[in-house]
Write a protein that binds this ligand. Structure first.
Ligand code: ARG
Ligand code: ASP
Length: 697
């Protein structure tokens, strides 16, 4: 009896230790529910996802397809990250009303600002449609034939689905195409800006602090959904009314402590958790380093010129942030893979897999997968890097080459689809204008001189910057006057176009086709591998890779040790903002009002039990890009924080989640409330929320 008890305890401890994974909200009953409970959750699977009653999922909206947002009041008030709403905040800003710099607060609903092209989408229902989607797919078919059968099936599923007229539907592959799920959606297009702190709060620490802890960023913004009189989705109209949600998240004033349960509910974008060791090796030892080198070369020039000139600094701020964000992430990813010994561990796992194949008599069906991966990656590595380097140089870092790339596409339209030329020309001209709004030829030339040697060292000719028309918008626009024939002629006389065209042509005719051809068998094999894993090791925890669909991840509040003898506490405080304060600095300036509140200790009800204002905290929740803006939810279903980032060494969680060092970073809900109430004086927004004290009950 005693032994059985000990054995049982051991099993329970094993189960509670399990964290990581991004789970499908409609399938939480059973294992996930048990794991969550053992981590301290008081929620049932049905509290989180229910079709017949309102549940937490009804408060979670996909924000413009890229970020997550959540409803936090009965009047459709929406919370997301400052960096998710950055484009909207920027688009309402001008020199007189610089909302990026000074923040924006609507003091009444009349002052809320509408946004063209901004939408929020909720999930009404999730159905498993695997059987229908894979109907008629046979092993004897080619990959192409399989895909076209699946596409036809999906079409049929979408046509016959039961839903209301105003609802949408999409079907997506899971587990590398071994399963398919259907989503009935509700999309709202009238979403208005309600409030945003100044960048010195919402983007505090900027790139220096990006991807790291300790962190002190108040990365949040507020919006509001408007619906028609029947509470249904509608295009913008001044007659629309605030949306009455099926559910909104109460906000907890009690915060969290180390070890408390947390759950993050949102729309993670892309992960690759089931890669073979050879792929992780390729990505971290060959692919990432070459991309890091290109971005580093570009940033060297951009950073120097931004420091030297305010005009350049303003023009290049958001470009620089975009380039630096992935650059810094890849460096952290490599660090984490190395630190956690991920490649050796994955190889050890593969040995276990092989053993299981043997034991289960599956060698004949699946024994070839791993050696086949080795062969395919050996053949794929070079073209994968070359294609990506092209994209980095021509589409990410250098804008003259970007203008050439799009011009080449326009020339193709002129030659092959002349009936669509006018439309394509207009959209090209708009793109040109867009690029030139924030363009500096001198900076771009410096970037060119730094990055092109990394793509095509034998052919770097910066003198094109002196000869081309494209460094000046008016001169460039002149090339596009007239019909297709004339435009093509003008283009081909331009020095930059003459220089870039052979490389772009090579990309479309050789590099990209070769990449597709070598990538396709890898994708197909990855699908077989996924199936093989589930058959050979059926008791492991399998969650589908992120694919921009609604997921639940859970864990606990935890600090971590990034390096020998270093330990990061899980919570940062307002004191840390003041510690980092550098007057006038573009990353670490602090608004005077915030300093005043700090000095007067005017913190209202937004402190922890020691009287301090918490700013950010860490958890073991498994998140990725797209989870920005996701709510951090406590054991009772209340909002306790807002997800916005991960720690540096933990960004490898996209390939290898390790509970030792993978941490997500959240803004504490009390900091958000403190800024809204005390800093912005927008008490009316606090009043429409439901503030709760779950720990005082
Ligand atoms: N690293 C976070 C995420 O990938 C935040 C990015 C926004 N902040 C910034 N400094 N660029 O998106
Ligand atoms: N910052 C990311 C986002 O914008 C989140 C992450 O990668 O952890 O979605």
């Amino acid at each position: 009896m005693k032994y059985i008890k000990i054995l049982f305890l051991f099993i329970v401890v094993q189960v509670t230790a399990q964290q990581g994974g991004m789970w499908i909200p409609s399938l939480l009953e059973g294992m996930n529910e048990q794991e969550m409970t053992s981590l301290g959750s008081k929620l049932t699977a049905k509290d989180i996802y229910d079709v017949n009653n309102s549940s937490l999922k009804d408060a979670i909206g996909h924000f413009n397809g890229g970020c997550t947002s959540e409803v936090i009041s009965p009047e459709g008030l929406i919370l997301t990250n400052h960096h998710c709403g950055f484009g909207e905040i920027q688009s309402h800003s001008s020199l007189e009303n610089d909302y990026l710099k000074d923040g924006f607060w609507a003091m009444s609903k009349q002052e809320e600002l509408p946004n063209e092209n901004l939408y929020i989408e909720f999930i009404v229902r999730i159905d498993d449609v695997t059987t229908k989607a894979l109907n008629g797919v046979a092993n004897t078919m080619t990959e192409r034939e399989k895909q076209s059968t699946i596409d036809k099936n999906i079409n049929e599923i979408q046509k016959t689905v039961q839903k209301e007229a105003w609802q949408g539907v999409k079907v997506k592959p899971f587990y590398k195409g071994n399963q398919y799920f259907l989503f009935v959606t509700e999309r709202f297009d009238d979403v208005r800006l309600v409030g945003a702190p100044p960048s010195s709060i919402g983007k505090f620490g900027s790139d220096t602090d990006n991807w790291v802890f300790p962190r002190h960023t108040g990365d949040f913004a507020l919006f509001r959904i408007y619906a028609d009189k029947n509470n249904r989705p509608a295009k913008y109209s001044k007659d629309n009314v605030p949306y009455k949600p099926k559910h909104f998240l109460p906000v907890s004033l009690d915060g969290v402590e180390e070890g408390d349960f947390t759950m993050v509910f949102g729309f993670p974008g892309t992960t690759n958790e089931y890669l073979p060791a050879v792929a992780i090796q390729h990505i971290t030892q060959e692919f990432n380093p070459s991309n890091i080198a290109i971005r580093e070369a570009a940033l060297k020039e951009i950073d120097a010129q931004m420091k030297a000139s305010d005009a350049v600094r303003i023009k290049y701020a958001s470009k620089q942030a975009r380039i630096a964000n992935a650059w810094k992430k890849w460096i952290g990813e490599n660090l984490g893979i190395k630190k956690s010994n991920a490649i050796a561990e994955r190889q050890a796992f593969e040995a276990t897999f092989k053993k299981a194949l043997k034991e289960k008599g599956l060698e004949a069906s699946y024994g070839n997968i791993l050696p086949e991966f080795e062969k395919l990656y050996a053949d794929f590595a070079e073209i994968n890097i070359r294609r990506r380097n092209f994209i980095e140089v021509f589409l990410v870092n250098n804008e003259l080459m970007q203008m050439m790339f799009r011009a080449y596409q326009l020339e193709q339209v002129a030659l092959n689809k002349p009936e669509r030329f006018d439309e394509a020309k207009n959209s090209y001209i708009n793109r040109l204008k867009g690029i030139h709004k924030d363009f500096d030829a001198n900076v771009d030339k410096g970037v060119f001189s730094n990055v092109m040697p990394l793509y095509n060292p034998k052919n770097v000719d910066a003198s094109i910057y002196e000869k081309t028309s494209f460094t000046n918008l008016d001169n460039a626009l002149q090339l596009f006057e007239g019909n297709a024939k004339k435009v093509v002629k003008n283009l081909n006389k331009d020095a930059a176009y003459q220089y870039a065209k052979p490389m772009i042509k090579e990309f479309f005719t050789k590099i990209d086709p070769e990449f597709q051809q070598k990538n396709q068998p890898i994708t197909a094999l990855q699908k077989t591998y996924m199936k093989a894993l589930m058959e050979a090791l059926p008791n492991a925890r399998y969650f589908p890779d992120a694919n921009s669909t609604l997921r639940v991840t859970y864990g606990q509040v935890r600090g971590y040790s990034p390096r020998d003898a270093v330990y990061y506490n899980p919570v940062s405080y307002l004191d840390g903002v003041i510690e980092k304060y550098v007057p006038g600095d573009y990353e670490f300036d602090v608004p005077q009002k915030l300093i005043d509140l700090y000095e007067a200790k005017d913190f209202g009800q937004y402190t922890d039990k020691n009287g301090k204002v918490p700013v950010c905290f860490l958890g073991t929740n498994h998140t990725t890009g797209g989870n920005s803006g996701s709510p951090a939810i406590d054991a009772h279903g209340n909002l306790i924080g807002l997800n916005f980032d991960r720690v540096w060494e933990g960004t490898m969680s996209d390939m290898n989640y390790d509970p030792e060092i993978c941490r997500n970073i959240m803004v504490d809900a009390r900091y958000i409330l403190f800024i809204i109430d005390k800093y912005a004086g927008a008490k009316h927004l606090i009043d429409e929320m439901k503030l709760v004290h779950p720990k005082k009950k």
